[in-house]
Ligand binder design. Structure first.
Ligand SMILES: *Cc1c(COP(=O)(O)O)cnc(C)c1O
Length: 376
């Protein structure tokens, strides 16, 4: 059973041995009985190290990404920090110019305190990536498609570049999910997820995960770091995310179909200057996306000809789509990223990001049409 629809339903989901319950139990125990000299009874000792509910999710995520092991964290940022802060002092990290804002903040504010330095490069430009590698570059961080401009970078080519340099490739696969793209199969060493998004899938649980190509020294260091620093996932959260995995392939198919329909409607609208969606043939990363992704995903962004004012007017006029941050839930969410990023905003002022939800396509198109029509 290696097809992802089947894996998603069953991985990490063996019926409970003692009761036969088809749905896994949630183990809330913080501590597990051991022998007088600390001998483990069933492999567990203390929840901060590992616990049975989180183990099930880690088994599922490793299967979905075709990795050798996964580690879950209390949020996507905790997962990201758990990996990057495990690099040796003196390391340099290459990050994408268009990326999740938390990565930018972590790189600017916290990694330098640990002697780790990051610089940004356009990951879609392989010559620029090659030129930006330094002797001390230990890791290249890709995010594809990226937030919020949906830039696409070539995972296999980046893996070859990084490995040729003795560096690792990590890939934030939050937007694509393993249903649409499996970076480890393309050569990446580590995949990161904000499981808060599509994996959880219902806008009601926070979590993060790393999936490793190998259970090597790096995996061991990150595991140990999580145990000591405590950024573990709560059992109930692990259980909700595991439940989300079950329907992930079905939800992604619907998200993709809705996003494609919305992208096609927007690109033909006179008030729209540009649509960033890798499923459109006009997208500069379309060919690479078609090669490495099964479908183009549920995220898109678009720019208004009328600038910041028009973007805010459209966001304000939507009746079905909700103005909110985050993504990957059943409800369509819209966000003016520049406003959310504040004083140091890097996103274009006329850009709106859309997490295209699971509503009926015609209702969604009608909502965006009426909001755009009000621009006059
Ligand atoms: C949300 C997000 C993160 C951070 O995850 P949290 O669960 O919010 O900590 C990282 N990368 C991407 C692409 C995201 O969308």
């Amino acid at each position: 059973m290696s097809r992802i629809e089947t894996l998603a339903v069953h991985a990490g989901g063996e019926p409970d041995e003692t009761t036969g319950a088809v749905v896994p139990p949630i183990h809330l125990a913080t501590t597990f009985r051991h022998g007088p000299a600390g001998e483990r009874v069933a492999g567990y000792e203390y929840q901060r190290e590992s616990n049975p509910t989180q183990d099930r999710l880690e088994t599922a995520l490793a299967a979905l990404e075709n990795g050798a092991g996964a580690l879950c964290f209390g949020s996507g940022m905790a997962a990201m920090a758990g990996l990057l802060e495990s690099l040796p002092a003196g390391s340099h990290v290459l990050i994408p110019t268009d990326c999740y804002t938390g990565l930018r903040a972590l790189s600017a504010e916290f990694l330098p305190e640990r002697g780790i330095h990051a610089s940004a490069v356009d990951m879609a430009d392989l010559d620029a990536v090659q030129a930006a590698l330094r002797p001390e570059t230990k890791l290249v961080w890709a995010e594809t498609p990226s937030n919020p401009q949906l830039r696409v970078s070539d995972i296999a080519a980046l893996a070859a570049l990084a490995h040729g340099h003795g560096a690792l490739l990590a890939c934030d696969n939050t937007f694509a999910t393993p249903v649409l793209q499996r970076p480890l199969e393309l050569g990446a060493d580590v995949v990161m997820h904000s499981t808060t998004k599509y994996l959880g899938g219902h806008s009601d649980v926070m979590g993060g995960a790393l999936v490793f190509a190998r259970r090597d020294d790096l995996y061991g260091r990150v595991f140990h770091r999580r145990h000591v620093t405590g950024g573990i996932l709560a059992p109930f959260s692990a259980w909700l995310i595991l439940r989300g995995c079950r329907s992930l392939p079905a939800r992604m198919a619907w998200h993709c179909a809705n996003a494609r329909a919305l992208a096609e409607m927007l690109v033909a609208h006179p008030a729209v200057e540009a649509v960033h969606y890798p499923g459109l043939a006009s997208h500069p990363g379309h060919a690479v996306a078609a090669r490495q992704m099964r479908d183009a995903g549920g995220m898109l962004s678009f720019r208004l000809r009328g600038g910041r004012e028009a973007a805010l007017a459209v966001a304000g006029a939507l009746e079905l789509a909700i103005n909110a941050t985050s993504l990957g839930g059943p409800e369509t969410l819209v966000e003016h990223r520049a406003s959310i990023e504040g004083a140091n905003a890097v996103s274009p002022a006329n850009l709106l990001r859309v997490s295209v939800g699971l509503e009926h396509r015609e209702d969604l198109l009608a909502d965006f049409s009426q909001a755009l029509a009000r621009l006059g």
